[in-house]
Design a binder for this molecule. Structure first.
Ligand SMILES: Cc1ncc(COP(=O)(O)O)c(C=O)c1O
Length: 397
Protein backbone atom coordinates (compact mmCIF):
# COMPACT_ATOMS: atom_id res chain seq x y z
CA UNK A 1 0.00 0.00 0.00
CA UNK A 2 1.88 3.09 -1.16
CA UNK A 3 -0.97 5.60 -0.76
CA UNK A 4 -2.34 6.52 2.65
CA UNK A 5 -5.76 8.10 2.34
CA UNK A 6 -6.72 11.24 4.22
CA UNK A 7 -4.55 14.05 5.54
CA UNK A 8 -1.46 13.37 7.57
CA UNK A 9 -1.82 14.93 11.05
CA UNK A 10 1.24 17.15 11.50
CA UNK A 11 0.99 17.76 15.23
CA UNK A 12 4.62 18.57 15.93
CA UNK A 13 5.14 22.02 17.45
CA UNK A 14 6.23 23.41 14.13
CA UNK A 15 6.42 23.34 11.23
CA UNK A 16 2.64 23.49 11.46
CA UNK A 17 -0.20 22.75 9.04
CA UNK A 18 -0.05 25.22 6.17
CA UNK A 19 -3.61 26.37 5.39
CA UNK A 20 -4.92 26.00 1.85
CA UNK A 21 -5.20 29.77 1.45
CA UNK A 22 -1.49 30.13 2.13
CA UNK A 23 -0.57 27.22 -0.15
CA UNK A 24 -2.60 28.80 -2.95
CA UNK A 25 -0.98 32.18 -2.35
CA UNK A 26 2.50 30.65 -2.66
CA UNK A 27 1.54 28.75 -5.82
CA UNK A 28 1.91 31.72 -8.19
CA UNK A 29 4.53 32.81 -10.71
CA UNK A 30 7.55 34.43 -9.08
CA UNK A 31 7.66 38.17 -9.74
CA UNK A 32 10.53 40.58 -10.42
CA UNK A 33 11.89 41.38 -6.98
CA UNK A 34 13.18 44.73 -8.28
CA UNK A 35 9.87 45.80 -9.81
CA UNK A 36 7.03 48.01 -8.56
CA UNK A 37 4.71 45.12 -7.65
CA UNK A 38 7.32 43.79 -5.24
CA UNK A 39 7.42 47.12 -3.38
CA UNK A 40 3.70 46.77 -2.61
CA UNK A 41 4.21 43.20 -1.40
CA UNK A 42 7.16 44.02 0.85
CA UNK A 43 5.46 47.12 2.32
CA UNK A 44 2.32 45.11 3.16
CA UNK A 45 4.21 42.30 4.88
CA UNK A 46 6.41 44.66 6.91
CA UNK A 47 3.30 46.53 8.06
CA UNK A 48 1.61 43.24 9.01
CA UNK A 49 4.71 42.13 10.91
CA UNK A 50 4.66 45.38 12.88
CA UNK A 51 1.22 44.36 14.15
CA UNK A 52 2.27 40.79 14.96
CA UNK A 53 5.44 41.85 16.82
CA UNK A 54 3.55 44.81 18.31
CA UNK A 55 6.28 47.23 17.35
CA UNK A 56 6.68 50.51 15.51
CA UNK A 57 10.39 49.88 15.06
CA UNK A 58 12.50 48.22 12.40
CA UNK A 59 11.74 44.69 11.19
CA UNK A 60 13.91 42.67 8.80
CA UNK A 61 13.00 39.46 6.99
CA UNK A 62 15.66 36.87 6.19
CA UNK A 63 15.36 34.02 3.69
CA UNK A 64 16.59 31.67 6.42
CA UNK A 65 15.39 29.37 9.18
CA UNK A 66 15.08 30.67 12.73
CA UNK A 67 18.70 29.81 13.49
CA UNK A 68 19.78 32.47 10.99
CA UNK A 69 17.77 35.12 12.84
CA UNK A 70 19.40 33.99 16.13
CA UNK A 71 22.79 34.58 14.53
CA UNK A 72 21.70 37.90 13.03
CA UNK A 73 20.63 39.21 16.45
CA UNK A 74 24.09 38.56 17.87
CA UNK A 75 26.42 39.48 15.01
CA UNK A 76 24.69 42.82 14.49
CA UNK A 77 24.97 43.97 18.10
CA UNK A 78 28.04 42.32 19.67
CA UNK A 79 31.82 42.59 19.40
CA UNK A 80 34.22 39.63 19.54
CA UNK A 81 34.68 38.42 23.13
CA UNK A 82 31.57 40.18 24.49
CA UNK A 83 29.63 38.39 27.22
CA UNK A 84 26.01 37.36 26.81
CA UNK A 85 23.77 35.84 29.47
CA UNK A 86 21.39 33.02 28.52
CA UNK A 87 18.94 31.05 30.71
CA UNK A 88 18.69 27.26 30.39
CA UNK A 89 14.98 26.82 29.87
CA UNK A 90 15.48 23.83 27.53
CA UNK A 91 17.15 22.58 24.38
CA UNK A 92 16.60 25.73 22.29
CA UNK A 93 18.18 27.97 24.94
CA UNK A 94 21.21 25.64 24.90
CA UNK A 95 21.39 25.72 21.10
CA UNK A 96 21.37 29.53 21.09
CA UNK A 97 24.13 29.45 23.71
CA UNK A 98 26.16 27.03 21.52
CA UNK A 99 25.71 29.31 18.52
CA UNK A 100 26.91 32.32 20.55
CA UNK A 101 29.98 30.38 21.74
CA UNK A 102 30.83 29.33 18.18
CA UNK A 103 30.67 32.99 17.17
CA UNK A 104 33.39 33.78 19.74
CA UNK A 105 31.15 35.28 22.42
CA UNK A 106 31.40 34.39 26.11
CA UNK A 107 28.00 32.79 26.57
CA UNK A 108 27.11 32.12 30.18
CA UNK A 109 23.98 30.13 30.93
CA UNK A 110 22.01 30.28 34.20
CA UNK A 111 21.23 26.57 34.78
CA UNK A 112 17.62 25.40 34.90
CA UNK A 113 15.61 22.18 35.35
CA UNK A 114 13.75 22.59 32.00
CA UNK A 115 10.41 22.39 33.83
CA UNK A 116 10.32 26.09 34.70
CA UNK A 117 10.80 29.27 32.70
CA UNK A 118 13.23 32.08 33.40
CA UNK A 119 13.47 32.78 37.15
CA UNK A 120 13.38 36.59 37.33
CA UNK A 121 15.02 36.69 40.78
CA UNK A 122 18.03 34.61 39.74
CA UNK A 123 18.39 36.72 36.62
CA UNK A 124 18.26 39.93 38.64
CA UNK A 125 20.82 38.58 41.14
CA UNK A 126 23.26 37.61 38.36
CA UNK A 127 22.92 40.99 36.66
CA UNK A 128 23.36 42.85 39.96
CA UNK A 129 26.70 41.04 40.45
CA UNK A 130 27.90 42.35 37.10
CA UNK A 131 28.80 45.81 38.40
CA UNK A 132 31.11 46.66 35.52
CA UNK A 133 28.43 45.72 32.99
CA UNK A 134 30.45 43.15 31.09
CA UNK A 135 27.23 41.38 30.07
CA UNK A 136 26.09 42.99 26.83
CA UNK A 137 22.91 41.01 26.20
CA UNK A 138 20.37 38.86 28.02
CA UNK A 139 19.00 36.22 25.62
CA UNK A 140 15.85 34.30 26.51
CA UNK A 141 13.51 31.93 24.72
CA UNK A 142 9.92 33.12 25.22
CA UNK A 143 8.29 29.75 24.56
CA UNK A 144 10.60 26.75 24.97
CA UNK A 145 9.50 24.43 22.20
CA UNK A 146 11.40 21.53 23.78
CA UNK A 147 9.45 21.67 27.04
CA UNK A 148 6.19 23.58 26.58
CA UNK A 149 7.18 26.26 29.10
CA UNK A 150 6.55 29.97 28.44
CA UNK A 151 8.67 32.48 30.34
CA UNK A 152 6.98 35.57 31.74
CA UNK A 153 8.67 38.32 29.81
CA UNK A 154 7.26 41.32 31.68
CA UNK A 155 8.95 39.86 34.81
CA UNK A 156 12.20 39.35 32.88
CA UNK A 157 12.11 42.99 31.80
CA UNK A 158 11.45 44.12 35.39
CA UNK A 159 14.36 42.00 36.67
CA UNK A 160 16.76 43.71 34.24
CA UNK A 161 15.40 47.13 35.19
CA UNK A 162 15.60 46.43 38.94
CA UNK A 163 19.26 45.44 38.51
CA UNK A 164 19.69 48.75 36.61
CA UNK A 165 21.60 46.81 33.98
CA UNK A 166 22.05 48.23 30.46
CA UNK A 167 22.26 44.85 28.66
CA UNK A 168 20.18 44.45 25.52
CA UNK A 169 17.20 42.09 25.89
CA UNK A 170 16.94 39.55 23.07
CA UNK A 171 13.94 37.24 22.86
CA UNK A 172 13.32 34.15 20.73
CA UNK A 173 9.62 34.01 19.80
CA UNK A 174 9.95 31.26 17.21
CA UNK A 175 7.17 29.14 18.76
CA UNK A 176 5.15 31.94 20.36
CA UNK A 177 4.81 34.59 17.66
CA UNK A 178 1.19 34.81 16.45
CA UNK A 179 0.15 32.14 19.00
CA UNK A 180 0.88 33.63 22.42
CA UNK A 181 0.57 37.28 23.46
CA UNK A 182 3.83 39.09 22.69
CA UNK A 183 4.70 42.81 22.82
CA UNK A 184 8.12 43.88 21.53
CA UNK A 185 7.79 47.61 22.28
CA UNK A 186 5.76 47.48 25.49
CA UNK A 187 8.04 44.85 27.07
CA UNK A 188 11.18 46.76 26.17
CA UNK A 189 12.68 44.03 24.00
CA UNK A 190 15.68 45.06 21.89
CA UNK A 191 15.81 42.21 19.39
CA UNK A 192 12.98 39.77 18.80
CA UNK A 193 13.74 36.66 16.78
CA UNK A 194 10.87 35.01 14.89
CA UNK A 195 10.32 32.29 12.31
CA UNK A 196 7.75 31.51 9.63
CA UNK A 197 6.91 27.87 10.29
CA UNK A 198 4.83 27.95 13.46
CA UNK A 199 2.18 30.52 14.44
CA UNK A 200 2.55 32.27 11.10
CA UNK A 201 1.33 29.07 9.36
CA UNK A 202 3.97 29.14 6.60
CA UNK A 203 6.48 26.57 5.46
CA UNK A 204 9.97 26.92 7.00
CA UNK A 205 12.30 29.36 5.26
CA UNK A 206 11.68 32.88 6.57
CA UNK A 207 12.90 34.38 9.81
CA UNK A 208 12.74 37.82 11.37
CA UNK A 209 14.43 40.34 13.62
CA UNK A 210 12.36 43.11 15.21
CA UNK A 211 14.85 45.74 16.36
CA UNK A 212 14.67 48.53 18.94
CA UNK A 213 16.43 51.91 18.55
CA UNK A 214 18.79 50.89 21.36
CA UNK A 215 19.78 47.77 19.37
CA UNK A 216 20.26 49.87 16.22
CA UNK A 217 22.60 52.16 18.17
CA UNK A 218 24.52 49.13 19.50
CA UNK A 219 24.81 47.85 15.92
CA UNK A 220 26.70 51.01 14.90
CA UNK A 221 29.42 50.27 17.49
CA UNK A 222 29.42 46.46 17.21
CA UNK A 223 32.50 44.87 15.64
CA UNK A 224 31.50 41.29 14.85
CA UNK A 225 32.00 40.49 11.17
CA UNK A 226 28.70 40.36 9.31
CA UNK A 227 27.57 40.66 5.75
CA UNK A 228 24.56 38.52 4.81
CA UNK A 229 22.89 39.31 8.15
CA UNK A 230 23.84 43.03 8.27
CA UNK A 231 20.87 45.11 9.38
CA UNK A 232 22.20 48.35 7.80
CA UNK A 233 22.04 46.93 4.27
CA UNK A 234 18.69 45.23 4.89
CA UNK A 235 17.16 48.40 6.31
CA UNK A 236 18.59 50.70 3.61
CA UNK A 237 17.15 48.47 0.86
CA UNK A 238 13.94 47.99 2.87
CA UNK A 239 13.32 51.77 2.91
CA UNK A 240 12.86 51.52 -0.85
CA UNK A 241 10.75 48.35 -0.55
CA UNK A 242 13.52 45.98 -1.65
CA UNK A 243 16.06 43.45 -0.36
CA UNK A 244 19.84 43.69 -0.85
CA UNK A 245 19.68 40.19 -2.39
CA UNK A 246 17.09 37.89 -3.94
CA UNK A 247 14.25 37.45 -1.42
CA UNK A 248 12.16 34.29 -0.98
CA UNK A 249 9.43 35.89 -3.09
CA UNK A 250 6.90 33.03 -3.03
CA UNK A 251 7.18 32.66 0.74
CA UNK A 252 6.44 36.38 0.96
CA UNK A 253 3.20 35.80 -1.01
CA UNK A 254 2.38 33.20 1.64
CA UNK A 255 3.33 35.59 4.44
CA UNK A 256 1.05 38.29 3.03
CA UNK A 257 -1.83 35.80 3.05
CA UNK A 258 -1.15 34.49 6.55
CA UNK A 259 -0.93 38.04 7.93
CA UNK A 260 -4.28 38.81 6.31
CA UNK A 261 -5.76 35.68 7.90
CA UNK A 262 -4.44 36.64 11.34
CA UNK A 263 -5.92 40.09 10.86
CA UNK A 264 -9.30 38.65 9.85
CA UNK A 265 -9.41 36.42 12.93
CA UNK A 266 -7.98 39.15 15.18
CA UNK A 267 -4.75 38.57 17.12
CA UNK A 268 -6.51 38.54 20.50
CA UNK A 269 -8.87 35.85 19.22
CA UNK A 270 -5.91 33.89 17.91
CA UNK A 271 -4.32 34.02 21.37
CA UNK A 272 -7.60 33.01 23.06
CA UNK A 273 -7.97 30.07 20.68
CA UNK A 274 -4.48 28.81 21.47
CA UNK A 275 -5.07 29.22 25.22
CA UNK A 276 -8.31 27.25 24.98
CA UNK A 277 -6.76 24.39 23.02
CA UNK A 278 -3.85 24.18 25.43
CA UNK A 279 -6.23 23.96 28.39
CA UNK A 280 -8.22 21.18 26.70
CA UNK A 281 -4.98 19.29 26.00
CA UNK A 282 -3.78 19.54 29.59
CA UNK A 283 -7.15 18.26 30.79
CA UNK A 284 -6.71 15.26 28.48
CA UNK A 285 -3.20 14.58 29.78
CA UNK A 286 -4.36 14.65 33.41
CA UNK A 287 -7.37 12.43 32.67
CA UNK A 288 -5.01 9.85 31.12
CA UNK A 289 -3.11 9.91 34.41
CA UNK A 290 0.03 11.36 32.76
CA UNK A 291 2.01 14.44 33.70
CA UNK A 292 2.26 17.79 31.94
CA UNK A 293 6.02 18.44 31.79
CA UNK A 294 5.73 22.15 32.68
CA UNK A 295 5.45 22.47 36.46
CA UNK A 296 4.30 26.07 36.86
CA UNK A 297 0.68 26.75 35.77
CA UNK A 298 1.61 30.41 35.16
CA UNK A 299 4.10 29.20 32.55
CA UNK A 300 1.98 26.66 30.64
CA UNK A 301 2.61 27.01 26.92
CA UNK A 302 -0.42 27.76 24.77
CA UNK A 303 1.21 26.48 21.61
CA UNK A 304 2.36 23.02 22.67
CA UNK A 305 2.13 20.54 25.53
CA UNK A 306 5.03 18.26 26.46
CA UNK A 307 3.79 15.05 28.08
CA UNK A 308 5.97 13.11 30.51
CA UNK A 309 5.68 9.35 29.97
CA UNK A 310 5.80 6.75 32.75
CA UNK A 311 9.47 5.68 33.25
CA UNK A 312 9.00 2.18 31.79
CA UNK A 313 7.57 3.55 28.49
CA UNK A 314 9.76 5.07 25.78
CA UNK A 315 8.08 8.20 24.41
CA UNK A 316 9.58 7.65 20.97
CA UNK A 317 8.11 4.14 20.76
CA UNK A 318 4.68 5.61 21.53
CA UNK A 319 5.24 8.22 18.82
CA UNK A 320 6.22 5.49 16.39
CA UNK A 321 3.02 3.50 17.07
CA UNK A 322 0.95 6.66 16.54
CA UNK A 323 2.74 7.50 13.28
CA UNK A 324 2.46 4.00 11.83
CA UNK A 325 -1.08 3.28 12.96
CA UNK A 326 -2.76 6.70 12.75
CA UNK A 327 -0.54 8.70 10.37
CA UNK A 328 0.09 11.43 12.93
CA UNK A 329 3.45 13.04 13.76
CA UNK A 330 4.06 14.20 17.32
CA UNK A 331 7.15 16.07 18.53
CA UNK A 332 10.04 13.97 19.82
CA UNK A 333 11.74 14.69 23.13
CA UNK A 334 14.83 16.81 22.48
CA UNK A 335 18.19 16.68 24.23
CA UNK A 336 18.10 15.33 27.75
CA UNK A 337 14.37 14.54 27.66
CA UNK A 338 14.56 12.33 24.56
CA UNK A 339 12.53 9.16 25.13
CA UNK A 340 10.95 10.71 28.24
CA UNK A 341 8.50 13.19 26.73
CA UNK A 342 6.51 13.59 23.56
CA UNK A 343 5.15 16.94 22.46
CA UNK A 344 1.69 17.73 21.12
CA UNK A 345 1.66 20.80 18.90
CA UNK A 346 -1.65 22.71 19.02
CA UNK A 347 -0.63 25.89 17.26
CA UNK A 348 -1.15 27.56 13.94
CA UNK A 349 -4.14 26.84 11.69
CA UNK A 350 -6.10 24.67 14.10
CA UNK A 351 -9.63 24.15 15.41
CA UNK A 352 -11.61 22.12 17.93
CA UNK A 353 -12.16 19.11 15.71
CA UNK A 354 -8.51 18.98 14.65
CA UNK A 355 -7.59 18.96 18.33
CA UNK A 356 -10.19 16.27 19.04
CA UNK A 357 -8.73 14.11 16.23
CA UNK A 358 -5.22 14.71 17.55
CA UNK A 359 -6.15 13.69 21.09
CA UNK A 360 -8.03 10.60 19.79
CA UNK A 361 -4.85 9.53 17.98
CA UNK A 362 -2.76 10.05 21.11
CA UNK A 363 -5.24 8.16 23.31
CA UNK A 364 -5.52 5.19 20.96
CA UNK A 365 -1.75 5.16 20.47
CA UNK A 366 -1.09 5.16 24.21
CA UNK A 367 -3.45 2.20 24.59
CA UNK A 368 -1.83 0.29 21.72
CA UNK A 369 1.61 0.98 23.21
CA UNK A 370 0.43 -0.57 26.48
CA UNK A 371 0.52 2.59 28.58
CA UNK A 372 -2.03 2.16 31.40
CA UNK A 373 -4.50 5.04 31.28
CA UNK A 374 -6.57 6.24 34.22
CA UNK A 375 -9.44 7.43 32.05
CA UNK A 376 -10.36 9.04 28.75
CA UNK A 377 -8.43 12.21 28.03
CA UNK A 378 -10.51 12.71 24.91
CA UNK A 379 -13.68 12.73 27.03
CA UNK A 380 -12.21 15.33 29.39
CA UNK A 381 -11.07 17.54 26.51
CA UNK A 382 -14.41 17.30 24.68
CA UNK A 383 -16.32 18.18 27.81
CA UNK A 384 -14.21 21.32 28.17
CA UNK A 385 -14.37 22.25 24.49
CA UNK A 386 -18.11 21.69 24.28
CA UNK A 387 -19.23 23.51 27.37
CA UNK A 388 -16.93 25.47 29.66
CA UNK A 389 -15.37 27.78 27.13
CA UNK A 390 -17.73 28.36 24.27
CA UNK A 391 -15.36 29.38 21.47
CA UNK A 392 -14.35 32.80 22.82
CA UNK A 393 -12.59 33.45 19.54
CA UNK A 394 -15.74 33.44 17.40
CA UNK A 395 -17.04 36.91 16.52
CA UNK A 396 -20.28 37.73 18.31
CA UNK A 397 -23.11 38.16 15.76
C1 LIG B 1 12.21 28.19 20.22
C2 LIG B 1 13.00 27.84 19.00
N1 LIG B 1 14.13 28.53 18.74
C3 LIG B 1 14.88 28.28 17.66
C4 LIG B 1 14.53 27.29 16.77
C5 LIG B 1 15.42 27.03 15.59
O1 LIG B 1 14.75 27.43 14.44
P1 LIG B 1 15.03 26.75 13.02
O2 LIG B 1 14.94 25.28 13.20
O3 LIG B 1 13.95 27.33 12.14
O4 LIG B 1 16.39 27.18 12.58
C6 LIG B 1 13.38 26.55 16.98
C7 LIG B 1 12.97 25.49 16.07
O5 LIG B 1 12.05 24.75 16.28
C8 LIG B 1 12.59 26.84 18.13
O6 LIG B 1 11.47 26.16 18.38
Amino acid sequence: MTYRSGRHFLQIPGPTNVPDRVLRAIDRPTMDHRGPEFVLLSREVIEGLHTVFRTRGAVVIYPASGTGAWEAALVNTMSPGDSVLMVETGQFALLWQKLATRLGLVAECIPGDWRHGVDPERLEARLAEDRSHLIKAVCVVHNETSTGVTSRLPLVRKAIDRAKHPALLMVDTISSLASIDYRHDEWGVDVTVGGSQKGLMLPPGLSFNAISDKALTAAREAKMPRSYWAWDEMLAAGKLGFFPYTPATNLLYGLRESLRMLDEEGLDNVFARHARHSEATRRAVRAWGLEVFCLNPDEYSHSLTAVLCPPQHDADKIRQVILERFDMSLGTGLGKVQGKVFRIGHLGDFNDLMLAGTLCGVEMGLQLAGVPLRGSGVGAALEYLGTAAMAPHLPVA
